[in-house]
Structures are given as C-alpha cells and as structure tokens.
Ligand binder design. Structure first.
Ligand SMILES: Cc1cc2nc3c(=O)[nH]c(=O)nc-3n(C[C@H](O)[C@H](O)[C@H](O)COP(=O)(O)O)c2cc1C
Ligand code: SF4
Length: 195
C-alpha cells in the first residue's frame, strides 16, 4: 500500500475479503492512505469461505456455495455504491476482534517463515510441480525434481489446497482435512499467471 500512487480526483474505497473476521484490516489501510494525505470514502467487507487449513477443515460445500453466491451479490452492491454519490462508510474492527487475539495473530504472522521451513512432503509426491505453479510468491521450487521451500511464505495455503496427491503438510495438521477451492476457480486459473 505504501507504493500506491493516488491522483487528485480519485474516489478511494477499500474492500477486505475475509472468512468473516476482518480484524483491523480497514483501520490499517485507512492509516496508510491517510499517511499519503488522502481520505478513504467507502469501506466494505466481503465474506468468503474460510481457507486456513492449518487451523480448520474446509467448510461443507453447501456453505461454500452459499457464501460465495452472497459474495457475488455483495460485489454488485459495492460496485453500485461506488458509482453513485453515496455517503461515506467507515467500518470499525470486526465483530470477533480483541486486542489479545490480534497480538497472538501478529505473533503467528511473524513466524510464517519459520512455519515454512516445517512443511513436509510425503512419498506420494509425483513431482508434478503444481505446488510451484500455484505459489503466488514463487516460494516453492522443484530442485532435481524435489520440492523445496524458500523464505518468503505468506501462508496462502494454495500449495496444500491444490496438490493433487495431498502430499504437503505441516506437523500433520492438514492430513485429514478437507481441501478448499473457490467454487468458480480452476487449477488452470490458479496457474496461468505463474506458468
Ligand atoms: C494465512 C491466512 C490467514 C487468514 N486470516 C484470516 C483472518 O484473520 N480473518 C478471516 O476472517 N479470514 C482469514 N483467512 C481466511 C481467508 O481470508 C478467506 O478464506 C479468503 O478470503 C477466501 O477467499 P480468497 O482466498 O479468494 O480471498 C485467512 C486465510 C489464510 C490463508
Ligand atoms: S503439487 Fe504435490 S505432487 Fe505435485 S510436486 Fe507439489 S507436492 Fe509433489
């Protein structure tokens, strides 16, 4: 966000996509934008099915479908509001926000790269390279056919979610958990920018 360039006559809006717990995200973004002497006019949240497989299984398909279809409706509403002259909307912290939980979360985020060094690849790996292709930070490479992790993991979990062999894990947490894929996103969509 520090690298964003704003023009003078720009309507500024922020949208947080999350699994329902937006935390401090809007406040953080507002702070960054105000630091550039600009003002956020509209703030929105879009709920999607949760995807953090190191903490929980993907939700049942029926819930994912429902949540995703609500998200499309919300996007339409947001687009209309942005195009109209609606009054400013300012969101507070999310419903489940507490300072202690936030501190715990920030501690977890700070340790993402350590977590990254703890991923394991089982013998079922077929060396297909899909994990490397879905990784948005090019943090996974195949070296002599072996999967290798770098030090820039953002924990998006795409590699665990999309490995066709369910070969990637972290301390056994994901082994029996249901994988999450957005209902309208295919493996081709996931890999087309990194192929
Ligand atoms: C590393 C990671 C951290 C997450 N943290 C939160 C969170 O703090 N609050 C929340 O509501 N959802 C959280 N989620 C869930 C995702 O935001 C949500 O599942 C996601 O928006 C799904 O759609 P998307 O990946 O297409 O954006 C997290 C997911 C991941 C992978
Ligand atoms: S996606 Fe799975 S099977 Fe393919 S190389 Fe990565 S770990 Fe191995």
């Amino acid at each position: 966000m520090e690298n964003l360039i704003f023009t003078n006559e720009q309507k500024i809006f922020t949208i947080v996509g999350c699994g329902g717990n937006r935390g401090l995200a809007h406040l953080d973004m507002r702070k960054q934008i105000e630091a550039a002497s600009k003002k956020v006019q509209l703030e929105y949240m879009i709920s999607l099915p949760g995807s953090y497989i190191l903490s929980y299984s993907a939700f049942p398909d029926v819930y994912s479908k429902l949540t995703t279809s609500f998200s499309y409706k919300k996007i339409e509403q947001i687009a209309k509001a942005i195009q109209s002259d609606s009054d400013p909307i300012s969101l507070k912290t999310g419903m489940f926000y507490t300072a202690s939980r936030e501190a715990e979360l920030q501690k977890n985020i700070a340790s993402y790269n350590e977590v990254c060094q703890g991923y394991t690849i089982s013998n079922s790996c077929k060396h297909c390279g899909i994990c490397a292709k879905v990784c948005p930070t090019q943090n996974i490479t195949l070296q002599n056919g072996q999967v290798s992790f770098g030090e820039n993991c953002q924990q998006c979990m795409a590699y665990i979610q999309w490995c066709p062999q369910r070969a990637i894990d972290y301390k056994g947490k994901a082994s029996s958990r249901k994988r999450y894929h957005h209902i309208n996103i295919s493996l081709k969509d996931m890999t087309q920018y990194n192929a």
